[in-house]
Write a protein that binds this ligand. Sequence first.
Ligand code: 5GP
Ligand code: SF4
Ligand code: MG
Length: 460
Amino acid sequence: CGVFGIYAPGQEVAKLTYFGLYALQHRGQESAGIATFDGQQLHEHRDMGLVSHVFNPEILEQLPGQLAIGHTRYSTTGSSRRCNAQPVIVDTILGQLALAHNGNLVNTGALRDYLVARGCEPSTTIDSEMIALIIREEVNAGKGWIDATIAACSQCVGAFSLTIATPDGIMAIRDPYGIRPLVLGVMPDRVSHYVVASETCALDIIGADYERDVKPGELLWITEKGIEAIDWAPKAQPKLCIFEMIYFARPDSWVNEESLYSYRMRLGKQLAKESFQDADIVIGVPDSGIPAAIGFSEVSGIPYAEGLIKNRYVGRTFIQPTQEMRESGIRMKLNPLRDVLNGKRVIVIDDSIVRGTTSRKLVKALRDAGATEIHMRISSPPVTHPCFYGIDTDTQDQLIAATKSVAEIAQQIGVDTLAYLSWEGMLVATNQNPKNFCSACFTGDYPVEIPDGVKKSKLM
Ligand code: 5GP
Ligand code: SF4
Ligand code: MG
């Protein structure tokens, strides 16, 4: 999911939020929503579909206010229905509260039990709703916004980057491990106007200056008094999702002051060092495989070429909920360039193989376009384990590398050779301490303990 928040009295916050969500569209395409506050009054609109479909100028005009939050949803828990669109809204004795959540909690069952014991029966099983309901319970029991939110977050286990709107201000919160990203920006010339967003690309689009990342275990409270930063959780080893770095976040975003485009290019360079192959051209699978393909070409000396053209108007294949939809989505998405590929030995670079559906179809299309040899190189290691923290890489039995060797995968997808980047190579290519990342989908080493019942739902 993508989350956004803005505190900017006197500016058109709904419109700025719309643009912010537009830049975060890649993080979720199922539903979108905005909540604003003008004084005490909350205004909101949310619906299924893309940001540009959910909102229009008339709707945005009905969202007045000086502060806002927004959300684009990518369903990892709960089904894909309108009532699941965020922000989640709850009524408290201090007024209404709107919450937008990116990430996945692993202790939803325990949170539900806690709420039921307090006489509050949640109507859904959605983790994001549980967080909002617990904040409401705490507020109604007499706590202020901040204490109530900290009390609620302290009970949450798993991944959460949150933006919260109250009548008085907005909050930005990251879980103690900082599994999902969240950044803070400032509007130029208006130093008291702040923006928070999942990625820096959402700051760029509204002309906000990047200030810093929200720290793991940090809560920012932004009001008319300015910004207050609270370390709400005990210090933990940060565990940013490495999949954000290699695939999920936009290449023009920066995470921990590191350009993802440059990182992905370095992955390609590392890949060329690890698994060189003689060939005529290097191509990347658009869009996510391109930076690594350029890096691979640079180190290998094999010319980079565009071999596949992507239809820009088809969404990321994996975000569509069913396998059937995914399959038909993929056919619409990529078209090979026959004049580039015909008679060539081709190295194809992609960022990851998850289920193997994209690769299989792609390889067939490249052969049909005349490629004589196809050598696939993947700029991350084999995905062998499911994610419980908010990336929908599916259940373990759906992951091709969970049950098949590299040689078997090569055969199944129909390539001449296949090689993945090593786990060490993936981590070495960052500019950061390798310990600062979660890479559990490549290792099964989950940094935040998964309760047994939850584990069973996805592991073989
Ligand atoms: P596959 O067909 O192997 O499931 O899809 C792999 C390709 O699609 C890669 O190009 C990757 O960019 C993208 N992709 C598909 N599904 C997912 C997913 O669930 N997570 C991630 N990170 N990438 C995916
Ligand atoms: Fe990211 Fe993989 Fe960890 Fe999930 S398991 S948070 S996708 S690195
Ligand atoms: Mg891709």
